[in-house]
Design a protein around this ligand. Structure first.
Ligand code: CA
Length: 229
């Protein structure tokens, strides 16, 4: 989460209570946030300085959320989270191709909005850092190449590493890794999972010693981060 620290978020919402609630939560997350209540004013500001993320209410004075979203898409691919008034509005919205990245229906839980915000920021950062991945998964051959070298993985290690490679940055509990590695068998201890992770780490670092890509998250499990090229 810390990588998004200080990201600038603009909330465009004409209901002052909701705007204030979101701004409070965003600041609590370590983000820079402020709000505007008018769509046209927001567009003027965004043209001047594009934030790192936009949260747009659908119904706005000045310029509605969908129009604002489309205008912004003319010049920026900033992540946009749209707030909608009703669940049944979502279908219509999706049909409008507004260009929003994600939608949350009111009434929402601020925690859920924060989780979506963090996910969008991470995705955007990943896009910025887009580069060829240093690995290749051969599903049929149950093999993974790391920096061009096939790793000597056991089938279990293959399944665990593949799981982590699917979502760099995500934290996996030992149970989740276990489930991915042993779909039918649950009698493996946490200690055994730790040993498998240690072996995977060792095999990655045997190829490239600087690749300390799997970190343990205290009390939770493990996280894989894509290494620098
Ligand atoms: Ca509104």
């Amino acid at each position: 989460m810390s990588s998004s620290l200080g990201s600038r978020v603009l909330v465009v919402e004409d209901d002052p209570r909701i705007a204030m609630l979101l701004v409070d939560y965003l600041r609590h997350e370590g983000l820079q946030a402020h709000s505007l209540a008018d769509g046209q004013l927001a567009l003027n500001e965004i043209r001047h300085a594009v934030p790192d993320l936009l949260i747009l209410d659908l119904g706005l004075p000045g310029l509605d959320g969908v129009s604002l979203c489309r205008e912004v898409r003319q010049f920026s691919d900033v992540p946009i989270l749209m707030l909608t008034a009703r669940v049944d509005e979502l279908d219509r919205l999706l049909g409008l191709n507004s260009g929003a990245d994600d939608y949350v229906c009111k009434p929402f839980s601020p925690r859920e909005v924060m989780a979506r915000v963090q996910a969008l920021l991470r995705r955007a950062q990943g896009r910025l850092a887009a580069r060829p991945l240093p690995w290749e998964v051969d599903e049929a051959g149950l093999r993974i190449a790391w920096r061009g070298q096939w790793l000597a993985l056991t089938p279990l290690e293959f399944r665990m590493l593949r799981q982590m490679l699917n979502h760099p940055g995500r934290v996996y509990s030992r149970q989740q890794l276990l489930d991915s590695a042993h779909p039918d068998q649950r009698e493996v201890s946490d200690r055994a999972i730790d040993t498998h992770v240690k072996n995977i780490r060792r095999k990655l670092q045997a190829v490239h010693p600087a690749d300390d890509c799997i970190s343990s998250v205290y009390g939770v499990g493990y996280r894989f981060e894509a290494p620098a090229p």
